[in-house]
Design a protein around this ligand. Structure first.
Ligand SMILES: [Fe+2]
Length: 300
């Protein structure tokens, strides 16, 4: 269950600019949960302003070619402000349509964690509901197929004006559709947990069934292997030894195996001694899935 933050009644309205100035001038360390929670009173004031979001979006629409030009998210996400250390976004939660209801096996969302904290406020509408769980990410490796202990925390509803903190790599949820269109505003610090994979779980068993985030950097590393670009080898070796993300290190090793099969024995040996279990597991899963380097696996 996200941490619901009880705040005193407050009807003051902030503009987006007021909110950003408070965040930056009051010197919050947004990577610290206590500071993030201390900043929640300002998000509440922004949430009281029912004009800022539509004003902002329509200002962008008027410049139509620049509409959300830096937004890499789905159409349900509006990016409002971004810096090196955090970003602010609005999420739009649609109710389920009659057509969607008729699709066999239709799913609104999957059961997942986040690899970033989210300080959120219900801004408009009745709010999404979610079945909420927690888990201890330090007690698991994060390997596909691994089962974690999901502790059920009940159903959480982000009603209008409610403020809550979703903790990276701790809170797990599956969103349920709101009764009517709803909007939440999120403050998202760019914390260290971004280097861990975001996980999808099988809700009933707690089994880790998918890695959810897929970055441009990951695509570039995969592409280097696919194109067998020998000029990328040096960079891939550096990524495989130094990158903070286990998944990036693993993908860099997989690409090295594709580009330089003659060095496979050394790559596997180095990996087995220098890399944690999670990296080895991801490499083996990638190789098994995409069929590369099978000779090396069977001989090594
Ligand atoms: Fe989520």
């Amino acid at each position: 269950m996200p941490l619901e933050i009880a705040l005193p009644d407050d009807h003051e309205r902030f503009s987006l600019q007021d909110y950003i100035e408070c965040l930056e001038e009051e010197g919050y360390d947004l990577s610290d949960h206590d500071d993030l929670i201390a900043s929640a009173k300002h998000l509440k004031k922004l949430g009281n302003n029912k004009d800022f979001l539509i004003d902002r979006v329509f200002a962008e629409l008027k410049k139509s070619l620049q509409f959300q030009e830096t937004n890499i998210y789905a159409p349900e996400v509006l990016l409002l402000h971004t810096t090196n250390s955090y970003f602010i976004r609005a999420n739009i939660w649609k109710p389920v349509t009659k057509v969607e209801l008729q699709v066999p096996g239709y799913r609104y969302d999957v059961c997942h964690d986040h690899n970033f904290d989210i300080l959120t406020i219900g801004y408009l509408g009745p709010g999404y509901r979610s079945r909420a769980y927690t888990y201890d990410s330090a007690a698991c490796e994060g390997m596909l197929g691994e089962t974690v202990n999901l502790t059920s925390e009940g159903v959480f509803t982000l009603t209008e004006g409610k403020v809550a903190l979703y903790r990276a790599k701790r809170d797990v949820h599956i969103q349920l559709p709101p009764e009517r269109l709803s909007v939440s505003i999120n403050l998202i610090p760019k914390g260290d947990a971004r280097n861990q994979a975001q996980l999808q779980f099988d809700e009933s068993s707690g089994r880790i069934c998918r890695y959810l985030n897929f970055s441009g950097a990951e695509a570039a590393v995969r592409l280097a292997g696919l194109l067998e670009s020998r000029e990328c080898l040096e960079g891939l070796v550096r990524i495989a030894t130094q990158h903070p993300s286990a998944k990036m290190r693993a993908l860099a090793l997989v690409s090295q195996l594709s580009i330089a099969p003659e060095s496979a024995d050394t790559i596997w040996a180095d990996m087995n001694t220098a890399q944690p279990l999670l990296v080895r597991h991801i490499v083996e899963a990638e190789v098994a899935q995409y069929g590369a380097c099978m000779r090396t696996i069977s001989s090594g």
